[in-house]
Write a protein that binds this ligand. Structure first.
Ligand SMILES: [Zn+2]
Length: 134
């Protein structure tokens, strides 16, 4: 999934810069601006970008500055939970996951995560939520 192309296609300005947090979503002069911390690993940057697209598309109108805790399952802010769910569905579409698992017979979480360019932790949660692992 080309997350950056999706963000840009939706009209967001995407900036990869050095930040002291993972990412942010802001309206600046009426334009949606997503910033992603360029110093974090690729799979984290992809998840952050997808999460910020979530804040944008779910019409969370405030500014968001996301630290790693925003992405953890211990976060109970409903907007962060919704943005994480959005990110999981965007990066690991159910149809793609089912195709990899059942048609290509990829069962190992590491292989699935590598195919979809997500972290193994994110992949594991997605498989659980789709009922494909217990
Ligand atoms: Zn957030």
């Amino acid at each position: 999934v080309n997350v950056r192309a999706i963000a840009v296609g939706l009209g967001a300005q995407v900036e990869e810069v050095s930040l002291d947090y993972s990412g942010s979503f802001n309206w600046i002069d009426g334009k949606p601006v997503i910033r992603v911390n360029a110093n974090e690993p690729l799979v984290r940057r992809r998840f952050t970008l997808a999460h910020e697209i979530g804040h944008f598309q779910l019409r969370h109108e405030d500014s968001f500055r996301d630290h790693p805790e925003s992405f953890s399952t211990g976060n109970y802010d409903p907007r962060e939970i919704a943005a994480n769910q959005f990110a999981a569905e965007l990066l690991m579409p159910e149809i793609a996951v089912r195709y990899l698992v059942f048609k290509l017979n990829l069962k190992a979480i590491g292989s699935l995560a590598a195919k979809l360019q997500v972290s193994e932790v994110a992949m594991q949660y997605r498989l659980k939520n789709l009922g494909l692992i217990s």
